[in-house]
Design a protein around this ligand. Sequence first.
Ligand code: CMP
Length: 163
Amino acid sequence: MHLPTLAHLCDLNDSIRNPFMTNGTYTLTIIKPDAFATGKAGRIIAHLESAGFKVRAARVMRMTEAQAGEFYAVHRERPFYKSLVSFMTSGTCMPMVLEKPGAVAALRKAIGATDPKEAEPGTVRKLFAESKERNAIHASDSDENAQRETRFFFPDAEILAAF
Ligand code: CMP
């Protein structure tokens, strides 16, 4: 019988504690306050499930100014930053971890362009978004950001519970 080495146990522990570190199967989405407030969350989730995504973790929350400011820090110098933080803290939102092979690219295709006027027919933003800012849904733009954004909303204990 082969006993597992300490290194093997550490690797195993890492991948169980944080499966997002190991491959590109997961991404982070947020149903934004415009969509949640107008009762579109259920239809958006159903739309994503029909496209093959599985919901692996979810929260219903209102972001604080500090949280929204940090989450969108990459846009700090953009003219729309203040308005974006104000919008994202204006009501309830729903961060979720979604699973699908090639999740990051698949979700960005499924939600469509930032501006719903430019989004392809059948995409979430074409169907449910109001404007370029109030655009119904967020999706991570890389595996690295999917991991960072997942950790932002879901501490390890919740990720473990979801699997
Ligand atoms: P999201 O995918 O969450 O990433 C950054 C967000 O900033 C984007 O969706 C929009 O909500 C918002 N945004 C991007 N560009 C603009 C813009 N030109 N004017 C207003 N809001 C924008």
